[in-house]
Design a protein around this ligand. Structure first.
Ligand code: B12
Length: 242
């Protein structure tokens, strides 16, 4: 059973023993101290990309898990950027700069995610039409890669007809759809309708912060569609499907 503490568990900051002892997933403490976070956040707002790269590379050298990095550094800081933008305490330009830096930092983890042994499964992950928030969807695609899947990430604002064509071409085992803005829910429902019409049995996972405002019942009324709220839950789902 010690085999439980395999690559995927370790990357999530878990050990097999945590799982065995408690019977449920238990997170280790984050490697990101308040000091690391506030230095990083200051550099992010100031557009000091070099300093941000240094912080992330330092954490990767010390063996930070992908989950810890994505949630406790990238997601946390971008949520804070959103709050400051909403309160008019930073400009749109600063928000754009922070987003661009964070997107480029995701590439630093490539050696970690692409080192996994391939399991011969494929996932397509996309943001629906009208949805321009793409960081969360990219992270979801990376979790597939971390688990040895090919994760085809299509990015923001994907036209539904083109999405269907790509599904036809790649024949993925899972489709992931990301939604950040609740008022885009109708676009998502339209995509689900189209996907169900053409690919009856393709499992579809939906995720993103839009669902903080509701919508679960409306997406899960489609057969084979599951709302996955967190990357941890995504990982469990992938492991079961692998
Ligand atoms: C950057 C940003 C933008 C950028 C996005 C650029 C880009 N390249 O992505 C731009 C400038 C385009 C933008 C535009 C807008 N934005 Co904006 N934006 C943000 C901001 C600051 C950060 C987004 C982000 O990267 N978050 C970090 C990621 C990692 O978090 P995440 O998306 O939640 O993803 C996590 C989970 O949800 C999950 N997940 C996500 N997708 C998936 C998919 C699957 C399959 C799974 C399993 C899991 C999963 O995994 C991730 C890791 O945990 C947020 C603040 C915030 N709270 O996020 C506001 C925010 C989302 N934006 C907001 C708003 C209002 C807008 C605009 C309407 C503003 C406007 N008036 O024009 C437009 C809408 C554009 C559109 N139609 O999409 C609001 C939304 C509020 C609401 N009630 O819906 C927020 C919350 C800001 C705020 N505090 O008010 N935005």
């Amino acid at each position: 059973m010690e085999a439980c503490s395999d690559l995927a568990f370790r990357h999530l900051g878990l050990s097999g023993m945590d799982f065995i002892k408690t019977g449920k997933v238990k997170m280790k403490e984050t490697m990101i101290t308040d000091e690391i976070y506030s230095d990083y956040f200051q550099a992010l707002l100031a557009g000091e990309k070099g300093k941000c790269i240094e912080t992330v590379n330092g954490l990767l050298e010390r063996g930070i898990t992908l989950y810890d990095l994505y949630i406790h550094l990238f997601e946390r800081s971008m949520y804070r950027v959103g709050e400051l933008w909403e309160q008019n305490r930073i400009s749109v330009a600063v928000e754009h700069l922070a987003t661009a830096i964070t997107e480029s930092l995701l590439t630093l983890v490539y050696p970690l995610i692409f080192s996994a042994e391939h399991v011969g499964r494929k996932a397509v992950v996309a943001c629906v039409a009208g949805e321009y928030h793409q960081l969360g969807g990219k992270m979801a695609a990376d979790i597939f890669e971390l688990n040895g899947w090919d994760g085809y990430f299509l990015g923001a604002n994907t036209p539904p007809e083109d999405l269907l064509k790509l599904i036809q071409e790649k024949k993925p085992d899972i489709l992931g759809l990301s939604l950040s803005i609740y008022f885009n829910l109708e676009y998502l429902l339209r995509v689900l309708e189209m996907v169900r019409g053409s690919f009856r049995d393709l499992p579809v996972l939906v995720g993103g912060q839009a669902f903080h405002w509701g919508g679960r019942d409306r997406v899960e009324k489609y057969p084979g569609v599951t709302l996955i709220p967190t990357l941890k839950e995504l990982e469990s789902f992938i492991r079961q499907a692998s």
